[in-house]
Each structure stands twice: as structure tokens, then as C-alpha cells.
Write a protein that binds this ligand. Sequence first.
Ligand SMILES: Cc1cc2nc3c(=O)[nH]c(=O)nc-3n(C[C@H](O)[C@H](O)[C@H](O)COP(=O)(O)O)c2cc1C
Length: 224
Amino acid sequence: MSTYPTVPLIQYQEYPVEEMRQRLNDFYTDIDRRRTVRDFSDRPVPRDIIETALKAANTAPSGANLQPWHFAVVSGAETKRKIRLAAEVEEREFYTHRASEEWLAALQPLGTDDQKPFLETAPYLIAVFLQKFGKLPDGRKVKHYYPAESTGLAAGMLITALHTAGLATLTHTPSPMKFLNEILGRPKSERPFLLLVVGYPADDARVPDIKRKSLEEFASFIDT
Ligand SMILES: Cc1cc2nc3c(=O)[nH]c(=O)nc-3n(C[C@H](O)[C@H](O)[C@H](O)COP(=O)(O)O)c2cc1C
């Protein structure tokens, strides 16, 4: 059997079942209020809030603990403008040529189009990159395992952390997103995974009237 260094699991916390229920109900009530917002205010958000949310995201489990993600945090007006212009070029192409009729029909209830003013209005854009490979301290390349699953988990935790802080997010995926590598100076080995728009909602923000599936629709329980 191989040996490897370990430490005691001192951070684990168990709760009595009633407290477990209460904590989880509180969490569910709060996370159930999360909505994707597309109308942002330009009110500033303190940088340390973003940093703590990123640290929360970085606690995500990852294949072989290789943490195959990079978060590029953009707050400068010049870079936000570049991203908006490049995203709108791709989105115009998407809405007029690239998207299938079926895809456009699926997007219809969301009212999205090729205009992305929020990319300049919101105080922060966080570009999430998936790293297919990592680099050892000696420069050697190492393959990352399950980078998509891992980065998806980290992104979900980032959205949850930002929501917990009382901020709104938009998970944006202009397609394709390669322009983000160029604008943000990220290497080719990193794949843009999604662009998270972060800030306060505009005072008059509205959201699509859509429903979530019920537990019976999205989960099954096998007790035998
Ligand atoms: C992978 C992914 C990509 C998405 N891309 C976009 C996008 O490019 N533009 C957009 O307006 N919303 C985008 N969304 C947001 C979804 O439309 C939204 O999560 C969904 O309609 C459910 O709404 P809710 O988040 O308010 O519950 C994306 C969400 C995910 C998870």
C-alpha cells in the first residue's frame, strides 16, 4: 500500500438533525432566490468581496486536486469595452447565422439578443478559464484530469458565493469565446469556460418569468 502524508480532519462539523434541517432550509431558501440578471447597476463592489468569493470557488473539488481553472477579473473600463465589442461581434453572428432555429426558440423566453451593455456597466467581469494542462515548477507540462467537471464545480461555487454576498451574476457564454484569450493575455492551453458578469442589479431590473423543474422531475430515489 502506498503511503502519503495526512492531517486530521479537524474542520469537519456535524450538526444535530434538527439543526441540519434548519441550516439547509435556510440555505435553500436563500439560493432559490438566485436569478440570472441582465440589467446591471454601475455601483462599485469592493475588491475584497470578489477576492473572498474567488477563494470560496477555489475550494471546489477537482480531478486529482489539480485545480484546473484560472479566473481573470476585469474591472477596467478599457478592457470591459474591448470585451463588449468582441462579444457583440460574435453574438451578432450567432443570432443572425450561427444559432439553429431550435436554439433561438429555446432562448426566446429569455429575451436575449446581440446587445451586451452589461459587459460595460457591471463593475466586474470574471472570465473563467479551463486549463487543459498545468505546468510543474520545472516547466514540464502536466495533463489535467476532468478539467470541465472541475471548472464547472468551481464556477458554480463562485456564483453561489457571490449570491451569498448579495450580488447578482450573469453566466454569459458568447460563442465562440476565444477572443477572451487574446484580450486577457491567457495562453492557448486555456479554454474560456464562461464569462461571469458581477454586480448589483439595476433598480428597474426585470427577469424572465421561467420555472424550475420539481424534485420529482429532476431526481430519482432508488431505495432497493
Ligand atoms: C453554461 C451557461 C451558459 C449561459 N449562457 C448565457 C448567455 O450567454 N447569455 C445569457 O443571457 N444567459 C446565459 N445563461 C443563463 C441562463 O439563461 C439562465 O441560467 C437560465 O435561463 C435560468 O435562469 P436563472 O439563472 O435566473 O435561474 C447561461 C447559463 C449557463 C449555465
